[in-house]
Design a protein around this ligand. Structure first.
Ligand code: G
Ligand code: G
Ligand code: MN
Ligand code: NA
Length: 253
């Protein structure tokens, strides 16, 4: 509850920032996209991790204005990359609470229009952490978003929250394989077999694949050999401030 009351004033007090973690093509190493991740620097308690405050923000529905702020910040940042010639996709975590909200589609379109970012460079990452009050409405909104070119990614794929049933229900473009499936691939035959099966399924259904939590060159080369499309993790980079990310993509060229 202390966090809940702090969350209410955090936006007005400018306590949030957004950091960007680069993702690269598993074959070429080229930076294809960046995941936007919120950070909260509380005036008294210091840095509070999203895992602690996002669930509270969802319960109290304050995630709606916070999520809109993250989305606008990330889309504006991506426009700066594009203006400098770096055609990189920005991936933003979206809570299902935000998607169920009735003006969500219009808000997203408006943010794109006011910023001038093309919709195909925005990807929305979804994980279902809370029970939905109106799942049909969410599917309708996701279909609308998809129809204007926005990409939909299933985050933490393979975990309890993000199961196969998502791929049936939602208009998905990208599967982000949870890092628990990547962690042991360099030394566990069974983990490699599971990953391989996942990638074969994804490919035959035309999903783009991202491996999360790639930390070692061994993991990278296994993923690249198995045909995983994109990798994300500390091997390439930790999440970076907007300025650091801009330098990162500029200096890689
Ligand atoms: O960046 P970090 O590893 O601390 O993120 C932890 C979790 O918080 C991740 O599961 C991520 O999806 C979630 N998260 C980070 N930023 C946002 C955000 O802007 N909105 C939502 N809904 N979740 C976020
Ligand atoms: O759940 P989600 O995929 O949105 O979480 C993203 C978070 O995962 C990022 O905030 C980041 O802190 C964390 N992360 C990114 N790369 C790595 C990695 O290579 N190893 C570990 N342990 N965590 C990572
Ligand atoms: Mn994510
Ligand atoms: Na994830």
């Amino acid at each position: 509850t202390r966090l809940a009351s702090g969350l209410k004033s955090a936006l007005a007090r400018n306590e949030f920032t957004v950091v960007y973690q680069p993702l690269c093509d598993a074959k070429t190493g080229e930076v294809t996209s960046a995941e936007a991740l919120i950070r909260w620097n509380h005036s008294k308690m210091g840095l509070i991790p999203p895992n602690e405050f996002i669930p509270i923000a969802e319960e109290t529905r304050i995630i709606i204005p916070i999520g809109e702020w993250v989305l606008r910040s990330a889309v504006q940042e991506a426009k700066r990359w594009h203006d400098a010639g770096h055609m990189i996709i920005v991936a933003v975590n979206i809570s299902c609470i935000q998607l169920e909200e009735c003006h969500c589609y219009q808000k997203i379109q408006q943010i794109l229009a006011e910023t001038g970012l093309e919709p195909q460079f925005l990807e929305l990452e979804i994980t279902e952490r809370v029970a939905l009050s109106n799942p049909e409405e969410m599917i309708r909104i996701l279909n609308n978003l998809r129809s204007i070119g926005i990409k939909i990614a299933i985050d933490d794929f393979g975990t309890g929250y993000s199961s196969l049933s998502y791929l049936k229900k939602y208009p998905v473009h990208t599967i982000k394989i949870d890092r628990s499936f990547i962690q042991d691939i360099a030394f566990e035959v069974r983990d490699r077999a599971m990953l391989k099966a996942l990638l074969i399924m994804a490919k035959s259904l035309n999903f783009s694949t991202v491996a999360e939590g790639v930390e070692t060159p061994e993991q990278f080369s296994i993923l690249s050999d198995m045909g995983c499309n994109v990798v994300q993790g500390f091997l390439l980079s930790t999440p970076l401030s907007g300025e650091e990310f801009f330098n990162f993509i500029t200096n890689r060229r």
